[in-house]
Write a protein that binds this ligand. Structure first.
Ligand code: AMP
Ligand code: MG
Length: 317
């Protein structure tokens, strides 16, 4: 079946309903076409990673219809308010502190206590977000490692069999990803260059802005500024059972688990539960977290990637 639908009030309403029911919908924005899912739904967000075949869980951008809606999920400092007033809607993503219990899936922000938010300028995209009434997590709608799509046809070629619908509104006006500006720390920093020029941001800030990777005092690649979430307690992979004091995070039909990522052995379900389970088990009640073996296939690769980083970051403790 051809999933491409011209963007009309009718197709937007259908797409909004699909998003609300946890389906994947590709939609145009002014930057590139996005692969959208309900950012509050763990399973829907896990499907994004599965469809893109992403080998790791990087945090996603949550798209919303306006700044008021963004403020229900993220903390707006006066500076963040100023930048949003100046550049939203538009190709600027703001990384802000995540409101505790804001309802966003932990997978959307890859377990971090910050969240990336954007109000796109594309009229159809905003209408979709307004009617859906939910934040929509949307990375570029391409397979991992391939080019970002700027037409619906690009999306159909790469993900046509993985999405419920592709809204088509012609080529993207900007054609570059959004600029990512981190306002969650002490100093604003550009984490990724994109559709909004650095000069425009500096004009608004009234001073030069730090660019990740631009000099020796900052991390080499934008990804490195994205501190990866890891539990504070030691984590042990490929465990057959818990040692005394440890919690056992199971997968599949494993006995005596403290929690189970997916009793049925479903990797999409396991990905959906991963960060919530790690947070829940990272308490003084346990000396560490032992995790059952996860198969190195499909989303299992991304799960193991994250567990490996967590195991390494706690090895020295
Ligand atoms: P994409 O999903 O391909 O549009 O990429 C999203 C970009 O935003 C990536 O460069 C992420 O590293 C960055 N990003 C998203 N959320 C965060 C966050 N909480 N902290 C830092 N960077 C983020
Ligand atoms: Mg991308």
């Amino acid at each position: 079946m051809e999933p491409i639908a011209p963007m009309t009030p009718d197709s937007i309403a259908r797409a909004a309903a699909l998003l609300r029911s946890g389906e994947l919908v590709a939609f145009p924005t002014e930057t590139v076409y996005g692969l959208g899912a309900d950012a509050t739904n763990d399973t829907a967000v896990a499907r994004i990673f599965d469809a893109k075949n992403r080998p790791s869980f990087n945090p996603l951008i949550a798209h919303v219809a306006d700044t008021d809606e963004a403020a229900t999920y993220a903390v707006f400092t006066p500076l963040a308010e100023r930048m949003a007033a100046r550049f939203w809607p538009g190709p600027l993503t703001l990384v802000l502190s995540r409101r505790p219990d804001c309802g966003l899936s932990r997978l959307t922000s890859a377990g971090l206590d910050t969240v990336a938010m954007r109000v796109p300028a594309h009229a159809g995209a905003r209408e979709l977000l307004r009617i859906a009434g939910i934040p929509v997590a949307a990375p570029s709608a391409n397979r991992s490692g391939l080019l970002s799509p700027t037409t619906a046809k690009h999306v159909a070629e790469q993900l046509g069999d993985r999405v419920a619908m592709i809204l088509d509104d012609g080529p993207c006006a900007v054609g570059l990803e959004s600029t990512v500006l981190d306002l969650s720390g002490r100093t604003p920093a550009i984490l990724r260059q994109g559709g909004l020029a650095q000069e425009e941001i500096e004009n608004a800030l009234g001073e030069p802005v730090l660019v990740a990777g631009a000099d020796d005092t900052t991390p080499k690649s934008p990804g490195m500024l994205t501190r990866h979430y890891a539990p504070t307690r030691p984590l042990r992979m490929n465990a057959s059972a818990a040692d005394p004091g440890e919690a056992l995070l199971g997968f599949g039909s494993v006995a005596d688990t403290t929690m189970n990522l997916s009793p049925a052995g479903d990797l999409v379900e396991a990905a959906a539960n991963l960060f919530a389970c790690l947070h829940a088990l990272d308490t003084p009640e346990y000396s560490g977290i032992a995790v059952s073996p996860i198969p190195e296939t499909g989303l299992g690769r991304a799960i193991n990637d994250r567990l490996r980083r967590a195991a390494e970051s706690t090895e020295q403790l």
